[in-house]
Write a protein that binds this ligand. Sequence first.
Ligand SMILES: Nc1nc2c(ncn2[C@@H]2O[C@H](COP(=O)(O)OP(=O)(O)OP(=O)(O)O)[C@@H](O)[C@H]2O)c(=O)[nH]1
Length: 203
Amino acid sequence: MPGTPGAAATQDGEAPGRSPPCSQSYDLTGKVMLLGDSGVGKSCFLLRFKDGAFLSGTFIATVGIDFRNKVVTVDGVRVKLQIWDTAGQERFRSVTHAYYRDAQALLLLYDITNKSSFDNIRAWLTEIHEYAQRDVVIMLLGNKFRGQTHLEASAQLIGLLKLWKWPLPRKEIQGCPAARPHEVIVSRVTGQRLRLERVSPNY
Ligand SMILES: Nc1nc2c(ncn2[C@@H]2O[C@H](COP(=O)(O)OP(=O)(O)OP(=O)(O)O)[C@@H](O)[C@H]2O)c(=O)[nH]1
């Protein structure tokens, strides 16, 4: 999705910030970032998460960084998820790195029809290691499964990461065998209860 280089676009009538603002309309907040090579489908993933729509056809690369908010209810708990969509192109890395540190979860996408996007996962993990919190949850998503719009975890990739003995002692490498992206995000973010900001005294 297009944005403004060097700055996050404002969405849903709220000013962008490094941390989600508090509100009584939800109980928890969580910040999730979408990472991965250009063209793997991050913006489409976000659009599906926010509006349930899928845009096929023309590919417009993201410029810089962008975000969407969505409040979802899980087991009676209202969770406001702030999902940040980053540009996959190398030239925007200096912009996007600054946003890693506040993220509770990172969704690292690759395109299962594009081997280089798979090969580059290791480089992405190196960046995550350098810029994200040590205990951030990393989720790996193999996108464009058989040309369709659902996501499927790659057991093969998880196996490779184990083979590499990737030195991420406090990070979790997880597969996400869910067909619907919002369910992936919700189950992982809320399930882990990762420093989600508690804004309701009743919860
Ligand atoms: N078949 C299929 N195509 C997809 C899927 N997701 C995205 N696409 C297509 O892949 C192309 C790139 O999608 P984007 O979501 O813009 O990719 P991106 O990762 O955000 O790219 P950058 O913004 O450059 O980082 C578009 O033409 C989409 O229509 C999917 O699940 N299946």
